[in-house]
Each structure stands twice: as C-alpha cells, then as structure tokens.
Design a protein around this ligand. Structure first.
Ligand SMILES: [Zn+2]
Length: 380
C-alpha cells in the first residue's frame, strides 16, 4: 500500500507521535453549491479555478458555478472527468490545468472524481476543493487518492502533505442522488469506529503515520452512533428527495466523521478485504462502501469479537440494504480459488490488515470470509 506505512519500521513505530489532521474548512447544507465562489474567496483563493466534473455534474451545476465564481471574480474552466481514477485521467487533468493556468483545482462528483482532482492538484502543488455530489464514501476530506487501473482494479494510493483546503457539500444534490449511494457511504462509515478501535488498541500507525488520538477515536465512535441512530431515517429521506436533520447528520457522518476517522483513526482488515474483493470481477458492480461493509463483518469475525457486536453490525447493514454475504457482492458461487486470490490480496505487503494486533495470514482471511458469509446467511 503506502510508502508511508511501509517506511515505518518497527523501530520508528516505537517513536510515533499522536497525530491528527483534517481539511482546513468544511461547509455543508442545502444549495451550498451557490456558495462556491464566496467560500473560495473566504479561503483567500482567487483562481483561476479548474473544475474537474462528470458530465452529469456539469449539466446540473455548470451555470451555478459560472454565476458563483463570476460574482467572486474568479476565472473558471471546466474539465470533463472520464470516469476512472486512473493515471491517464490524472495526466489529462494536469495538462488541462497547465493550459488554463489554474491555481486551484475543484473536484465536483463522486469519490473517483475527487480522488483524481486531488491527484491533479498534488502533481502541480495547487490548492484543492472537494465538492462531493454523493455521500457514498469517506474520500472527500482525505489527503489520499485511490488509483485504479483503467479497468477498475485497485492499483495504489497516493498520499499528499495536506488535506483539501475546502470541502463543500450540497445536501440538496445528495438528497437527489439514488439511495444506494448514501447507503454505501454508511457502509464505509460503519467500519470507521471498528478500524480506529483496532488501530488504537494495537498501537499501530494510523493513515497519517502517527498514533491515534483520543480525538480521532471519539469522532469515530460518534460516526458509529450517528449511523445507528439516524441511518435508516436518512436513507428514507433520500427516497423522498428530502433534506432533513437526520440526512444532514448522516451526510456529515459519511463525509466528515468517516473521513477524519479513517485517516487519523486508522484502517485495519475491513478496508484490506475491500481491496482484496476488487480482484474478483463480479464485485466491480458494487460500490466501495458495500465492499467495506462485508469487509467489516470479516474483520469482526477474524478478530473474534462478540456475537452481540457482530449481530448488531449485520442487522444494521440489513436494515439499510448493505451486503453482508458473498452473494450480496455477486460472489454467491465463488470457488476456493477466487476466495484464495481475494485473501492473498487482502494481506499483501503494506495492507492495513497488518495493523491488527496479531499476525494476519491469507488463510485466516479466507476462513473469515467463509465464516462471515455463512453467519450472515444463516442469521435469523
Ligand atoms: Zn473507505
């Protein structure tokens, strides 16, 4: 995975410091897109701005961006995102940013758009703004990009020295996206507490190369409690395309709490299982958080956590529609070879599975996958 974590020898790890980091500014609310120019101004960002956006985002928000940035006196170009967070897309965005003399890169779209926007800004050393149009994962606040091959296989992570300068979340847009995306974000956010707890207890490095602060642990716990309290109501609000207080709290949990929680709290088996699952073609039809949710059940099983805890997690997943079985990820007929490849990828060198307080082998993960699947299938 990361050169950062790989570089942390046991000797260095013994001298790690408590470390926490975050975006400079987080803004969330209905119709927040109309505030983009004003918020850039408040951050002292004068442009020109390059907005990396999907065709859909551009169609929906293009005129609002133009109006809002013009009012703030910030020149703007829009560069269309091709769909995959890949090196090709990064290269294309870097060329467009250079051609337009951009001083700030704004990503407007889903997680892959934002990952690519960060990589463009990181390459050029520019300020970066995340405008997520989905609350489907914990990427918008992070100082890391997940890079895939052009055919959607997980490839590597790129780490940046700073988090995004601004994260601007328009909850009207989130409320108008399909329920599945919000629910997937809940799957990603659901793992946050359990992974942070593991990393804190194991005193292994968090995702920013330090030890987990009590601040990050508390935020991760708040993330979990918010999901349990408001998750179902927020999903139902999205079905009605309604912005409600429960939806606002879940958007904040999926985006801010989950983002701060995974970075400064840390990652463990759940996210490594996600990475392992991407080696199986049928899982490409499923979202990040859907794979993380199943990965979390695997983590809890491999850790030997209590039946109560595992059942609570599985019941929450079922209530909102997150997969907790292989069949739920298109792998109902997965043979032993498929599971073995997933498990081997899960424990590849540098994977966060190795943040557990015990040694983790491919065999343990394969057994955990089979056991998690059986438990979920047979649970009343
Ligand atoms: Zn995640």
């Amino acid at each position: 995975m990361s050169s950062l974590v790989a570089a942390l020898s046991p000797h260095y790890a013994a001298r790690m410091f408590l470390t926490f980091r975050s975006p400079s500014r987080y803004v969330q609310g209905p119709d927040a897109t109309s505030q983009l120019g004003r918020q850039l101004q408040l951050m002292g960002l004068t442009g020109p701005a390059l907005i990396l956006a999907s065709a859909g985002s551009r169609a929906r928000s293009g005129s609002l961006w133009a109006e809002s940035l013009a009012a703030a006196g910030i020149p703007l170009v829009v560069h269309e995102f091709g769909g995959e967070s890949s090196q090709d897309e990064i290269d294309s965005g870097v060329a467009a940013a250079r051609a337009s003399g951009a001083e700030v890169i704004v990503g407007a779209g889903g997680g892959k758009t934002l990952d690519t926007a960060r990589a463009i800004a990181g390459t050029l050393g520019l300020a970066v703004v995340s405008c997520p149009t989905l609350a489907s994962n914990d990427a918008p606040c992070a100082a890391v990009s997940v890079i895939y091959t052009p055919d959607s296989v997980y490839e590597r992570l790129i780490f940046y020295p700073r988090n995004p300068d601004l994260v601007l979340v328009d909850t009207t847009i989130i409320a108008n996206a399909p329920r599945r995306y919000l629910v997937s974000g809940m799957g990603d956010a659901l793992a946050t507490w359990f992974e942070a707890r593991t990393v804190a207890e194991a005193r292994t490095p968090n995702q920013v190369g330090g030890l987990t602060t009590i601040t990050a642990k508390a935020l991760a716990r708040l993330c979990y409690d918010t999901l349990i309290a408001d998750g179902l109501e927020a999903a139902n609000a999205v079905d009605a395309r309604a912005v409600t207080p429960a939806l606002e709290r879940i958007v904040e949990a999926n985006t801010l709490l989950s983002g701060l929680g995974f970075e400064s709290g840390g990652l463990a088996i759940a996210h490594s299982v996600h990475n392992g699952l991407t080696t199986a073609g049928p899982t490409h039809a499923y979202l990040h958080g859907e794979k993380v949710a199943f990965g979390l059940v695997v983590q809890l099983v491999v850790e030997g956590q209590s039946s109560d805890e595992i059942d609570t997690v599985i019941r929450f997943c079922r209530s909102v529609g997150l997969p907790t079985t292989l069949g739920g990820l298109g792998l109902a007929d997965a043979d032993d070879d498929t599971i073995r490849v997933i498990a081997e990828r899960t424990v590849a060198e540098g994977e966060t599975a190795h943040n557990e307080p015990f040694g983790v082998s491919a065999r343990m993960i394969a057994d955990g996958i089979r056991a998690a699947d059986a438990r979920s299938r047979t649970m009343a």
